[in-house]
Design a protein around this ligand. Structure first.
Ligand code: SUG
Length: 455
């Protein structure tokens, strides 16, 4: 690739739109925010507008911004598969009465956290020079296990051009291949257009003897297996020289760090991480240093500066780390970081004042998502694209002022501003949601992607 081609490569952040059924049902085990906010009344309209505002402000600041649609919820088809029958209204009423936990699961708007949609390898690193995609199976919870089929259709609808994009099957949805996508995958490199090294972080190993020194969490589940990460790397044609597999610290999982992106974030050569992120911190850094073409810039936050409780409550590490043309980086943190003194002090005195490229901190209010354990970084899927690949995208998914205006008006038209878990049985909510999504696929020009549109 020529120098001009390398500098035309950009990271596009595809944020998930918060869906019309966004609610607090406390579905996610091991996710402290989701577990503690179950039962609260949500505001889907505010959630969707908060997300759109984050996208718009990053677009205004010059970053490439894309958008991904939410999923069809309630997933009445999933309830039918579980034996509920009759009209849609009857299915919802029966599920609400006999199995309210299932109704809540099929209503979750969890696809908003597109960092879990899949794992992406940019064309620069792939042997066939195409961008590779694997939707995550999300098999560790029922409400998220419902996502990958539609996710796959959405990704194929947008990244349709086979000359540039290659889609792989979802890994077998069984505990041995438990996969949660890009939340446990970080690409480290010089500039985005230069070759990268892929850091895959897993919580447990499914087959064979557990390697010496490895432990598993005791309290909460490990959601990513080594075998899943290895399979994705294999699908994408990544070699040993391009990959590092590192075990997440089990004590961190037990403290509520259910994905690596709750305790580390990397961009370009920078790896911002908490000292409790990796079981073998030194080994992980050494291997990265040995495999990367450019020098790694580790930014380590010690436990004495930020406790695990503060890390999990503030979501400091679930920030977006964005590259600026002058070589500096901007950290986009959730508002909760301002509420914890130790965290805010660390940002000011340690990250901004430190010897690293982070030169600016921007605070975003994504509280509706945060209460379910999703910060700024969870809400986006990073796709590194060349200029030709950006030109080959299908649909109207790259944010512009006009698309932002259309999407906010669409939210205002269709979304409720109050949703209690008991409202989920309301058959009108299902109808409102489908009408909104049908209109959305036209707005985004992505064609039919939802089960109700495919018949
Ligand atoms: O999988 N919460 C999500 C949050 C995912 C955040 N993503 C990343 N860290 N990348 C989860 O735990 C809660 C949904 C509910 O309760 O309705 C939920 O699924």
């Amino acid at each position: 690739m020529s120098a001009a081609d390398i500098s035309s490569v950009r990271e596009v952040n595809f944020d998930g739109l918060v869906g019309p059924t966004h609610n607090y049902s406390g579905l996610a085990v091991g996710n402290v925010a989701s577990m503690s906010h179950g039962g609260l009344v949500s505001n889907p309209k505010e959630g969707a507008l908060q997300g759109l505002l984050k996208m718009k402000s990053l677009m205004d600041a010059g970053y490439a911004q894309g958008v991904l649609p939410p999923q069809q919820r309630p997933d009445i088809g999933a309830l039918r598969d579980l034996g509920f029958s009759g009209s849609n209204g009857e299915v919802l009423a029966r599920a609400s009465k006999e199995a309210p936990q299932l109704l809540r699961a099929v209503c979750s708007a969890s696809s908003m956290w597109t960092a879990n949609a899949g794992t992406i390898t940019p064309s620069i690193d792939a042997p066939d020079s195409r961008v590779h995609f694997t939707p995550a199976n999300l098999q560790s919870s029922f409400h998220r296990y419902l996502e990958p089929q539609t996710t796959g259709r959405v990704l194929k609808a947008i990244f349709r051009d086979e000359q540039h994009f290659c889609h792989h099957p979802v890994l077998p949805a069984t505990p041995a291949f438990s996969d949660e996508g890009a939340a446990n995958h970080t690409r480290l490199c010089g500039e985005h257009g230069e070759p990268g090294v892929h850091l895959f972080v897993y919580g447990r190993q499914a087959f064979g003897d557990v390697r010496s020194g490895e432990r598993e969490p005791k309290r909460y589940p490990a959601r990513q297996t080594l075998e899943a990460s290895q399979a994705v790397a294999r699908q994408h044609g990544l070699t040993e020289a391009q990959t590092v597999f590192s075990q997440q610290h089990p004590d961190a999982i037990d403290a509520g760090v259910f994905h690596n992106d709750v305790i580390a974030v990397g961009n370009g050569p920078v790896l911002l991480y908490h000292e409790m992120a990796f079981l073998d911190e030194e080994g992980t850094l050494d291997e990265l240093r040995a495999k990367m073409a450019s020098p790694l810039i580790p930014v380590r936050v010690p436990l004495e500066a930020v406790s695990m409780e503060d890390a999990v409550a503030s979501y400091l590490f679930n920030s977006q780390l964005l590259s600026n043309p002058d070589g500096t980086m901007t950290l986009v943190v959730p508002g909760e970081c301002q509420e914890r003194e130790a965290v805010w002090r660390t940002i000011q005195d340690y990250l901004l004042a430190g010897n690293n490229p982070i030169s600016e901190v921007v605070v975003k209010d994504v509280k509706q998502s945060m209460r379910n354990g999703g910060g700024p970084a969870c809400l986006r899927l990073r796709v590194v694209l060349t200029e030709a690949e950006r030109a080959a995208l299908s649909g109207r998914v790259l944010l512009t002022n006009a698309l932002y205006t259309d999407l906010t008006a669409w939210v205002e038209r269709h979304y409720r501003d109050r949703l209690a878990p008991d409202d989920l049985a309301d058959p009108q909510l299902a109808g409102e949601s489908l009408a909104a999504l049908d209109e959305l696929t036209q707005l985004l020009k992505i064609g039919p992607v939802y089960p109700f549109q495919l018949g």
